[in-house]
Design a protein around this ligand. Structure first.
Ligand code: GDP
Ligand code: MG
Length: 440
C-alpha cells in the first residue's frame, strides 16, 4: 500500500500547479460537457475562450488549489453567462398589462400561459385574463378554455371566424372593461421559423403593446435554440424567455445558447405538465446541470471551507524541516475525510478521473482513512511525536485500542516513515511543497 501511496503523492506534487497544458486539459473536458449538453458550437467556443483567459494566470494560483479554481472559474462564468440576477415577470405598467407568448409549435406556450396565469392569480392575487390567438390548430382555443376552467382563470370567450389580430384587440378591450390586471396572449404555433406567422405576431404586438414578450423555448431543442432565439428576438424584440421541459433529460444547453445569443434573461422554467410546475430560473442549478458533474462545485466550495489553511501551512513548515510526525499525518487524514475522501474530490475535477482511478487502486478509501486515524488516536502523544519508540508491546496495545491488527499498525508506521522521508527530500524544493498543500 505505502509504495503505491507514495507513487500517488509523487504524482500529486507533479500535478500541483496548473500549467497552461493542465488548463487546456481541463478545458477539453469542459468543452465535451458543453457539447454533450447540446450547447451551440459558437457559444461553446466563446465560452471556453473566455474561461481559458481567466484560468491561466494569477487567479488560479491564489486559490485553494489550482485545480479547484479552474472548476470554480468555469462554474462562475457559466452562472454569469446564464444571468445571475433574478428576472421576474415585470408588471410595472398601467393595467391591463399584456404579456405576449411566442414560440415554435409544441414548445409549451399554451401550457405556460396557464401556469403563469395560475401563479399570478394565486400567488400575486392578480386578476388575469387569458386569450388564445391560435386560429390555426382547430382545438387550440378550446385547449386554453379547458385549462382556464381547471385553473380557475378567466378566458376570453371564443368567437368563431375571428383572426388573431381581432381576438387580440377584443382581449385588450375585455380586460379594460372587466378591470383585469393582466392579459396573457397565447399565440399560434409554428413548426418552423415562418415569415408569415412572424408578421402576424408582430402585428399583434403593435396592436397590444405588450409589456412582456416571452419566447417559450423547449429545453430539449439544443442547437436549434440559437436560430429560434435569434429569429424571434430580432423580429419581435423579446423581453425574456421561458424554458420548458426542464424536467426532461436535456442538460440545459439550450439555456446557455439562447442566453448567450439574445442576451435576454431566462425568466422561468417549466418543469412538468401541470400548471403548478413552474419555477423561477435558477442559474446555479442549470450551470451544474450543463457541466454534468453532479455537485462538483458544492464539493469544491466545501473543500475550500473545511481545509484549515493555517494548519496546512504549519504542517508544510514542519515537513520542510523534516518534522512530519504522526500527529500531522492524522491531521492530514482528517482533512481528507472532511472533503469526502481524496478520491471524491479529485474525481470531481475535469481531467482528474485518471488520478481518481489510481487512488482507488491504491485503496485509499474512506474506511482505510478512518482506520488509520483510529490507530493514531490510540497512541500516546509521545508515540505520535516519536514513532521510533513503538516496540512490539506498544504496537499490540495500540492495535487492541483501535480495533485493528498489529499488521495494520506496522503498515501505518511504515507509510508515515516513507512519507516523512519523501517530504524531507521534497522540502528542499520550496515551491513544490507549497503547491502540494494548495497555497501557491
Ligand atoms: P404550444 O404548441 O406551444 O402551445 O405547446 P403546448 O402548451 O400545447 O404543449 C405541448 C406539450 O408539451 C403538451 O403535451 C404539454 O403538456 C407539454 N409540456 C409543456 N410544458 C412542459 C414542461 O415544462 N414539461 C413537460 N414535461 N411537458 C410540458
Ligand atoms: Mg398552443
Amino acid at each position: 500500500l505505502s509504495d503505491r501511496l507514495s507513487g500517488v503523492f509523487d504524482k500529486l506534487t507533479k500535478r500541483g500547479a496548473l500549467t497552461e497544458s493542465d488548463v487546456a486539459e481541463a478545458m477539453r473536458e469542459v468543452r465535451r460537457s458543453l457539447i454533450e449538453a447540446d450547447v451551440a458550437l459558437d457559444v461553446v467556443r466563446d465560452f471556453t475562450d473566455r474561461v481559458r483567459a481567466k484560468a491561466i494566470g494569477q487567479e488560479v494560483l491564489r486559490s485553494v488549489t489550482p485545480g479547484h479554481m479552474v472548476v470554480k472559474i468555469v462554474n462562475d462564468e457559466l452562472i454569469r453567462t446564464l444571468g445571475s440576477e433574478a428576472a421576474p415577470i415585470d408588471l410595472h405598467a398601467s393595467p391591463p398589462v399584456a404579456i405576449l407568448m411566442a414560440g415554435l409549435q409544441g414548445s409549451g406556450k399554451t401550457t405556460t400561459t396557464a401556469k403563469i396565469a395560475w401563479r399570478l392569480t394565486n400567488r400575486d392575487k392578480k386578476k388575469v385574463l387569458m386569450a388564445s390567438l391560435d386560429t390555426r390548430r382547430p382545438a387550440a382555443q378550446e385547449q386554453l378554455r379547458v385549462l382556464g376552467e381547471q385553473t380557475g382563470v378567466a378566458t376570453l370567450p371564443i368567437v368563431a371566424g375571428q383572426g388573431p389580430l381581432q381576438i387580440a384587440k377584443r382581449a385588450m378591450e375585455a380586460a379594460r372593461l372587466g378591470g383585469y390586471d393582466v392579459v396573457i396572449l397565447d399565440t399560434a404555433g409554428r413548426t418552423t421559423l415562418d415569415e408569415e406567422l412572424m408578421t402576424e405576431v408582430a402585428e399583434v404586438r403593435d396592436a397590444t403593446q405588450p409589456h412582456e414578450i416571452l419566447l417559450v423555448l423547449d429545453s430539449l431543442t439544443g442547437q436549434d435554440a440559437v436560430n429560434t432565439a435569434k429569429a424571434f428576438d430580432s423580429r419581435l424584440g423579446i423581453t425574456g424567455t421561458v424554458l420548458t421541459r426542464a424536467d426532461g433529460d436535456g442538460r440545459g444547453g439550450a439555456a446557455l445558447s439562447m442566453r448567450a445569443v439574445t442576451g435576454k434573461p431566462i425568466k422561468l422554467l417549466g418543469t412538468g405538465e401541470k400548471w403548478d410546475a413552474l419555477e423561477d430560473f435558477d442559474p446555479e442549478r442549470v450551470a451544474g446541470r450543463i457541466l454534468g458533474m453532479g455537485d462538483i462545485v458544492g464539493l469544491v466550495e466545501k473543500a475550500a471551507q473545511t481545509i484549515d489553511v493555517e494548519k496546512a501551512k504549519s504542517i508544510a513548515q514542519k515537513m520542510k524541516k523534516g518534522e512530519f510526525d504522526l500527529e500531522d499525518l492524522s491531521e492530514q487524514l482528517k482533512q481528507m475525510e472532511k472533503i469526502g475522501g481524496m478520491g471524491g474530490v479529485l474525481g470531481m475535477l475535469p481531467g482528474m478521473g485518471k488520478m481518481k482511478a489510481q487512488l482507488n487502486a491504491a485503496n485509499l478509501d474512506d474506511s482505510i482513512v478512518k482506520r488509520q486515524r483510529a490507530i493514531i488516536s490510540s497512541m500516546t502523544p509521545k508515540e505520535r511525536r516519536h514513532p521510533k519508540v513503538l516496540d512490539a508491546k506498544r504496537k499490540r496495545r495500540i492495535a487492541a485500542g483501535s480495533g485493528t491488527r498489529v499488521e495494520d499498525v506496522n503498515k501505518l508506521v511504515k507509510m508515515h516513515r516513507q512519507m516523512a522521508d519523501m517530504m524531507r527530500a521534497m522540502g528542499k524544493n520550496k515551491g513544490m511543497m507549497a503547491r502540494m498543500f494548495g497555497m501557491g
